[in-house]
Design a protein around this ligand. Structure first.
Ligand code: NAD
Ligand code: UDP
Length: 317
């Protein structure tokens, strides 16, 4: 055993981000426990790790307690796309709130360091651009996104209370829109929707006028930021924004994807969903300063590897 080898629990480890995180931690020589209930995650994402003696898979629902011995916990379990988290909103709250309580209780008992995958959605439909960590947000408590947004906000509260009250060694990262290989083809997210539509020469569905903006971070950059945060100094607990500050309109994204896929698709306009934020862009000054981190992958390069992934899975049927 390497002397720096740690036993690390990744909840939601069979999901999009979780599986890339498992890859990274295995590459670093750690012992990885991947916990997932396969609600949105799939064994396919981690199949290549199953034979690795440093990798272990636990099928478990985080709404229920679990007892394990670990050094670090990355808490990612939670459906991330609106289609999935709105499927069973009460369950989404339970996963966020009870799941965090269970993981924080575990961290407290075994003295593990624990990182929460929070989200830019804690800023809601922001009145401040770009969003800094000191902005408290503009969130609807009773809308259809609230189970996710408020669930994630409560999780942050729990992290800070366990930190203050029980001295738990915490980290909180607020993730902005991230894309890359292993995104779900049917999750309704803009990057996956547009790529699948473009590859099938179907109409590209732009919601609203397409003038709303997002900033898209490539998955490898994001994972690097998360690992840096976990390994950073104990005094810096966050919350810290992780995302790519380069902003694009949704219409620009549609056009770029049509161009990169050489698609015959045309853009069609559909109604804007309820509570859809008009603008979202991270201010990552804090991550730059404290973690010496910033994303290095340009949208075009990231889209190309994502398109290559979708070509393979669409081919497999
Ligand atoms: P994902 O849906 O691919 O992954 C979530 C994983 O959690 C899945 O494998 C799912 O099966 C698992 N899961 C859900 N409920 C569970 C439960 N009760 N018990 C055990 N496992 C459960 O989504 P993702 O994009 O990989 O997101 C991972 C984390 O990052 C989430 O917490 C999400 O809120 C956060 N996040 C993601 C983004 C993004 O752009 N992808 C942005 C902000 C925050
Ligand atoms: N969107 C779109 N067409 C789609 C899917 C999404 O125009 O087929 C828009 C959506 O209305 C939103 C943006 O793209 O303004 C990002 O949506 P997504 O669901 O990916 O992420 P989020 O709203 O959580 O940032």
């Amino acid at each position: 055993m390497l002397h720096h080898q740690k036993r690390i629990l990744v909840t939601g480890g069979a999901g999009f981000l979780g599986s890339h995180l498992c890859d990274r931690l295995i590459e670093e020589g750690h012992d990885v426990l991947c916990l997932d209930n396969f609600f949105t995650g799939t064994k396919k994402n981690i199949l290549h790790l199953m034979e690795n003696p440093n990798f272990e898979l636990i099928r478990h629902d985080l709404a229920f307690p679990v007892f394990l011995e670990v050094d670090e916990i990355y808490n990612l379990a939670c459906p991330a796309s609106p289609i999935h988290y709105q499927h069973n909103p009460v369950k989404t709250v339970k996963t966020n709130v009870l799941g965090s309580i269970h993981m924080l209780g575990l961290a407290k008992r075994v003295h593990a360091k624990i990182l929460q995958a929070s989200t830019s959605e804690v800023y809601g439909d922001p009145n401040v651009h770009p969003q800094t960590e000191s902005y408290w947000g503009n969130v609807n408590t009773i809308g259809i996104r609230s189970c996710y947004d408020e669930g994630k906000r409560c999780a942050e509260t729990l992290f800070f209370d366990y930190h203050r009250q029980n001295n738990v060694n915490i980290r909180v990262v607020r993730i902005f829109n991230t894309y890359g290989p292993r995104m779900h083809p049917n999750d309704g997210r803009v990057v996956s929707n547009f790529i699948v539509q473009a590859l099938n020469d179907q109409d590209i569905t732009v919601y609203g006028e397409g003038s709303q903006t997002r900033s898209f971070c490539y998955v490898d950059d994001l994972i690097d930021g998360m690992v840096r945060m976990m390994n950073g100094p104990d005094e810096f607990v966050g919350p810290v924004n992780l995302g790519n500050p380069t902003e694009f309109t949704i219409l620009e994204l549609a056009e770029k994807i049509i161009q990169l896929t050489d698609s015959k698709s045309r853009v069609v306009f559909r109604p804007l969903p309820q509570d859809d934020p008009l603008q979202r862009q991270p201010d990552i000054s804090l991550a730059r300063e404290k973690l010496q981190w910033e994303p290095g992958t340009a949208l075009e390069a990231g889209l190309q590897s994502t398109i290559a992934f979708f070509k393979t899975i669409l081919h497999e049927g």
